[in-house]
Design a binder for this molecule. Structure first.
Ligand SMILES: [Zn+2]
Ligand SMILES: [Zn+2]
Length: 368
């Protein structure tokens, strides 16, 4: 069973594209982290390389011709290329992220500093990509080069890769993964077939976890906490410690929500500093904030009638709505690399000051 949970409609589209006369040579999978964008790129790589999709190719290798498969059952997930891709072991499925993958200094360049922790996909890596795609794949019918996250292509790197994206050799397909396509060059986006990857319904995630052997209670809890992101749900299910961390962070939100502006700014400084070395943990914390304000919003929206309690509840609805917008804006700004520290401060100062009325429990049935 592949790791992909949900997205059956996208998978159907990918099947049709892969089987079509002119499969796209660059696809942009746009959507939030943890939704399954990378796994969808791998599904497409499998569709392009599955032996059951082109039985003669498999037969030539092993001499045992396979009957043609029902297209709706592809990829088969059982043939050698499918298994290699699922295991992350296919030599022609290559992921390029900020770092040193495929780094190739300019010819004649005498010193090229190492950059294992760089924040961008650099032009030297693009040089490596261009060199790679000029050669035949080792064994794939179609090589797959995955750029993740694609909005981290530096400006020069992006310009340099344009032509290759537009007309890669027939044996190479690109998958660009991005949570912030608005931070990408329009010229890059226009060369890609865009597929928007949305969050997945809670019930579907829960069912997917149970199918993968996760105990029912844990599946329900992990699915609820994942807020529509199967990748995160799987991580929660595999590492219950992450759930404990999440509970701890939610309790901390409670404290920050009633803290003074000074304390909030101090916390903003902490997040801004951490962003430099651990973006994932800060984005995760923004998620927890979103859950926190969503829970507030649901609690306040449930108060009916007139009187002081209803008045307070109406204020809470407005406050929580503004807070949710502030979280979204901060996430956009961070992903577009806009004034990190200021973006976080602005978010925290946009949060309403709450009076403490006891913690709101996360409603495990609400995110559907
Ligand atoms: Zn296969
Ligand atoms: Zn380099």
């Amino acid at each position: 069973m592949t790791a992909l949970i949900g997205h059956q409609a996208i998978l159907r589209d990918l099947r049709a594209l892969a089987a079509g006369a002119d499969p796209p040579h660059a696809i942009l999978f746009a959507g939030p982290e943890g939704t399954g964008r990378g796994l969808l790129a791998l599904e497409y790589a499998k569709l392009l390389n599955c032996e059951r999709a082109a039985p003669t190719a498999g037969a030539s290798l092993f001499g045992d011709a396979l009957p043609p498969a029902d297209p709706a059952s592809l990829p088969c997930n059982a043939c050698r290329p499918c298994r290699q891709i699922d295991e992350g072991a296919h030599p022609d499925v290559i992921t390029v992220s900020p770092g040193e993958a495929l780094c190739r200094p300019r010819p004649g360049e005498t010193s090229h500093d190492r950059h294992p922790n760089s924040r961008d996909i650099r032009i030297c890596q693009v040089r490596g990509i261009i060199d790679l795609v000029s050669r035949y794949p080792f064994e794939a019918r179609t090589r797959m080069v995955i750029l993740d996250p694609a909005e981290r292509l530096g400006r020069d790197a992006a310009h340099t890769i344009l032509k290759t994206l537009e007309e890669p050799p027939g044996h190479t397909t690109f998958a660009l993964i991005s949570a912030a396509p608005e931070a990408m060059l329009e010229t890059i986006i226009s060369r890609c077939r865009r597929i928007d990857v949305h969050t997945v319904a809670r019930a579907e995630i829960e069912a997917g976890l149970r199918e993968r052997g996760v105990a029912p209670d844990l599946a329900a809890e992990a699915a609820a906490a994942s807020r529509g992101r199967p990748g995160r749900a799987l991580a929660f299910a595999r590492e219950p410690d992450l759930m404990a961390t999440r509970h701890r962070l939610l309790a901390r939100c409670e404290t920050i929500a009633i803290a003074t502006a000074g304390d909030r700014i101090k916390y903003a400084g902490e997040l801004g500093e951490r962003w430099q070395r651990d973006r994932g943990s800060v984005l995760n914390e923004l998620d927890v904030w979103e859950s926190f304000w969503e829970a507030r919003l649901r609690a306040a929206a449930g108060v009916r009638g007139e009187g002081p309690a209803a008045t307070v509840a109406r204020m809470d609805v407005l406050g929580a709505t503004a807070a949710l917008r502030a979280v979204q804006r901060a996430r956009d700004d961070l992903q577009a690399q806009v004034m990190t520290r200021a973006a976080i401060e602005l978010m925290l100062l946009s949060f309403p000051r709450r009076t403490l009325r006891g913690p709101v429990q996360e409603d495990t049935a609400a995110h559907a």
